[in-house]
Design a protein around this ligand. Structure first.
Ligand SMILES: NC(=O)c1ccc[n+]([C@@H]2O[C@H](COP(=O)([O-])OP(=O)(O)OC[C@H]3O[C@@H](n4cnc5c(N)ncnc54)[C@H](OP(=O)(O)O)[C@@H]3O)[C@@H](O)[C@H]2O)c1
Length: 327
């Protein structure tokens, strides 16, 4: 059994982690911090969580006595905390995902204050880095949009010389965290679709780092709470009838990444750690396919728990076996 410490439990990824960890068969001690709700009852603030826990103030000594620490803070805040931790850490922010310090600083427009840890941190996408994650002390949990795009593209770039890769993602509003913005204000988002970051989205750096190819990416926010539907278009040469076959082969043993014949649906993966990929079609050298994830589960807290399970050598599905909440 293990003790787990969650920093930033008042946010969306932190509360989703609690929902998973409170039912995890290998976690017997859970501590959750939140500055704004210090000493308050978790179930009073988050009534969907049936627990006697109270939010605590951050205590680094206690965090370092835990087997695993999850850091659920905004980028720039995470890199102030992670260097003070000497136990096994899963960071959900962007601070340790980009290996090249100059690239990180150019993309996030801040100085990295812990560059010595960038190469120690393993990019936490189990489908690609399972064996490195097992030995890692620090795991940089991937971005939600990056998870959807990388899983959708990885078998294609591995097996084909793919060019002019265009990725379009429709994302639910919880991807932006719990703070209200102009975009998330109900009258502005309801019955609407809002394109944002038309070029230079920060997650492009992760996609290109992991795939080794140029990616052109534009997201749009849609009026749903959770879910990302990613559409991939790429121009490739070769036997395009076999594309789906390569996907099945690549992800054959994956517990959470599943290949469908039809386009996937964000409803089918809602509340689950699954990534569904499907809808393979091609015309005039263009391949089109889709992935669907829940941004708070496979795109964040579920994948973070999948990484902890791998690091600990437990069943990778422990605590995250739940199927999608559809309809
Ligand atoms: N939302 C998603 O779908 C998603 C997916 C993948 C990755 N992520 C990443 O995961 C991290 C957390 O995201 P989230 O969606 O949970 O954000 P969130 O809902 O905005 O919550 C972040 C929490 O961090 C704490 N915090 C905020 N500013 C802080 C500061 N200056 N110093 C210390 N603590 C601070 C706050 O709690 P207190 O003020 O109570 O301490 C807040 O509740 C971010 O880095 C985000 O990019 C999010």
């Amino acid at each position: 059994m293990s003790s787990v410490y969650v920093i930033g439990g008042s946010g969306y990824t932190g509360s989703e982690l609690m929902r998973i960890l409170l039912n995890h068969p290998k976690v017997n001690e859970l501590t959750v911090t939140a500055r704004q709700w210090k000493d308050e009852s978790v179930k009073e603030k988050l009534p969907h969580l049936d627990t006697e826990l109270r939010f605590e103030e951050l205590n680094l000594t206690k965090a370092n006595r835990s087997d695993f620490v999850f850091v659920c803070l905004p980028h720039t805040q995470a890199m102030e905390i992670v260097p003070k931790l000497d136990t096994r850490v899963i960071d959900l922010s962007a601070d340790f995902r980009i290996k090249d310090q100059n690239k990180y600083e150019a993309v996030y427009k801040v100085k990295h204050t812990a560059p010595n840890l960038l190469y120690d941190a393993v990019y936490g996408l189990p489908e690609i880095y399972r064996s490195n994650i097992k030995k890692a002390r620090i795991v940089a949990n991937p971005g939600c949009l990056a998870t959807g795009a990388i899983l959708a593209l990885y078998p294609l770039v591995k097996n084909y010389d793919a060019k002019n890769i265009i990725v379009d993602a429709k994302t639910g509003i919880s991807g932006a965290g719990k703070n209200v913005t102009e975009t998330s204000h109900f009258p502005n988002l309801n019955e609407n679709i809002v394109p944002y970051k038309l070029t230079n989205h920060r997650h492009i750096a992760e996609m290109e780092q992991e795939l080794g190819v140029d990616v052109h990416f534009t997201p749009q926010v849609i009026p749903v709470t959770r879910g990302i539907l990613t559409t991939v278009h790429a121009f490739v040469e070769g036997d395009l009838e076999r594309v789906g076959e390569f996907y099945k082969k690549t992800y054959k043993r994956e517990p959470f990444t599943k290949i469908l014949a039809d386009p996937p649906s964000i409803l089918a993966v809602r509340g689950s750690n699954y990534c569904h990929i499907g809808g393979f079609a091609h015309e005039k050298g263009r391949v089109v396919l889709f992935s669907a994830i829940d941004n708070l589960v496979k795109g964040a807290s579920g994948q973070a728990v999948q990484n902890m399970n791998i690091m600990a050598g437990w069943d990778e599905r422990a605590g995250i076996e739940a199927m999608g909440l559809s309809p």
